[in-house]
Design a protein around this ligand. Structure first.
Ligand SMILES: *[C@@H]1O[C@H](CO)[C@@H](O)[C@H](O)[C@H]1NC(C)=O
Ligand SMILES: *[C@@H]1O[C@H](CO)[C@@H](O)[C@H](O)[C@H]1NC(C)=O
Ligand SMILES: *[C@@H]1O[C@H](CO)[C@@H](O)[C@H](O)[C@H]1NC(C)=O
Length: 429
């Protein structure tokens, strides 16, 4: 397959074609959203600051939400509402669950901070891909962490046409399949392009593109096929229900086209998708996401309604989706935040439902365990802080996480700083 690195010219052609393809669906999508968005803005945006999607590197003052009720609550029945509001506002950390303390050890930070990156563990190496550095800058390379000597080392480029965030990604232990995702910073459009990385040679090659581009679809290898399902559609917000698969072996597609499979019961991005014991699980996620502001030349992210959920679905022999017990609380942004340990799925952090009063995004500060024999969920520990889109590894009894976006502090679960920190804890299940 050679270097598999297309030229700059083909990249440009592709981008132009992709942009043209996106225009119409985007316009239709945006028209549909205009009304809903207006209502949302009115109801849920006390200030422009709180509608900023990531608040990446911001030194601007933020309104004091903890003590000032949003305008919508100052209407009639003021006294009554005031009491209610204060009761609910008393705890900005309303969604934290009781969790055992874990002893966390701070390791060497990643060379760059990343939000919405991707990660694949192969043996003692954790490959971390892409991601936002800031809302206006995206990474186009891979960094490698070595669990044996606990150092970062080795860095190589991604293909120029590969998406920079919201990727679907899975490995067979040598080859990494990389599907679709968002191309560029802010809330830019997606690409359907699909790639394979041979981790032994660090060479990239191409695969047939996904039938339609998606943001952060659930992606797994199952029974010799690469499965891609859900995610957000081309406008970044509308949940997709489609499910496709293609036969793959040793880093190559064995078919020319993707096959249509049984649709997923609930669409949307940012879920964990796990195969264990010949069963495919899809966990958590959300419907809706930030969208590009209509007419913005930089595709500026603007907030739209989103609903986070804790649903768990499973596919087995009869290819019908089964519903399993839900997570202890709704949890999204966990696509690379899980590991299989001792017949359990371990999930680290994420985002849960927005704060009922401030409407700000609320991060998750717990580690969850789903026992595959009993189908029971439990909370197994507290993180050093609440954090979303972490990239997780497990090696020699240690649970590691790096990257993502952390909270504003112990009393404020809203997102703030994009991190490159690496932490580990000895896990005892
Ligand atoms: C928010 O406002 C209250 C009351 O005005 C004040 O006591 C508190 O210190 C403020 N908090 C912050 C973080 O500014
Ligand atoms: C990881 O670290 C170990 C211990 O220093 C070393 O033997 C090994 O070669 C390293 N692996 C890679 C791929 O760098
Ligand atoms: C997994 O199970 C083995 C065998 O029971 C045990 O020794 C080990 O500590 C367990 N691992 C974790 C992380 O709890």
């Amino acid at each position: 397959m050679g270097s598999g690195r297309p030229t700059a010219a083909t990249a440009k052609q592709h981008k132009t074609a992709a942009a043209k393809k996106l225009v119409l669906p985007c316009i239709i999508g945006l028209l549909g959203f205009a009304l809903i968005a207006d209502l949302l803005w009115a109801a849920s945006s006390p200030s422009p600051a709180s509608s900023t999607p990531f608040v990446l590197i911001s030194h601007s003052p933020f309104p004091n939400h903890t003590h000032s009720a949003p305008a919508t609550f100052k209407a009639k029945d003021a006294a009554d509402k005031h009491v209610k509001t204060n009761q609910r506002l008393l705890s900005a950390t309303f969604s934290d669950l009781p969790a055992p303390l874990l002893e966390w050890e701070k390791m060497a930070p990643a060379p760059v901070p990343r939000l919405d990156g991707a990660a694949i563990q192969i043996g003692h190496l954790l490959y971390v891909f892409a991601g936002y550095g800031t809302i206006d800058y995206v990474h186009s390379h891979v960094d490698i962490y070595n669990f044996t000597d606990n150092t970062w080392g080795g860095r190589f480029d991604m293909p120029k046409e590969m998406a920079h965030s919201h990727l679907g990604m899975v490995t067979d232990g040598r080859y990494v399949y990389v599907v679709t995702g968002q191309y560029g910073p802010q809330c830019r459009g997606p690409t359907a392009r699909t790639f394979v990385l041979d981790t032994q040679t660090q060479q990239w090659s191409n695969m047939p593109p996904l039938p339609l581009p998606r943001y952060a679809p659930a992606t797994q290898l199952w029974r010799g096929r690469l499965h891609v399902m859900g995610g957000s559609k081309e406008n970044r917000h509308t949940p997709g229900l489609e499910h496709w698969s293609i036969a793959v072996k040793d880093g190559k597609a064995l078919e020319k086209e993707w096959r249509t499979e049984v649709p997923i019961p609930r669409g949307g991005p940012h879920r964990a998708c796990v195969v264990v014991d010949d069963r495919l699980y899809v966990i958590g996620g959300q419907e809706g996401d930030f969208m590009a502001k209509p007419g913005s030349p930089i595709f500026k992210c603007s907030r739209r309604n989103e609903v986070v959920y804790g649903d768990v679905y499973m596919l087995d022999d009869d290819m019908n989706w089964k519903v399993l017990p839900p997570m202890p609380k709704p949890d999204s942004h966990i696509e690379f935040a899980w590991k299989i340990v001792n017949n359990s799925i371990i999930i680290v952090g994420g985002t849960t439902e927005k704060h009922p009063e401030t409407k700000k995004m609320t991060l998750v500060g717990e580690v969850f365990q789903f026992q595959l024999d009993t189908l029971k969920w439990s909370v197994v520990g507290k993180l050093p802080y609440r954090v979303k889109t972490t990239l997780v590894g497990f090696w020699n009894g240690w649970l590691y996480f790096t990257s993502g976006q952390r909270d504003r502090g112990p009393d404020d679960p809203a997102p703030r700083k994009v991190i490159g920190e690496m932490w580990r804890t000895k896990l005892h299940l």
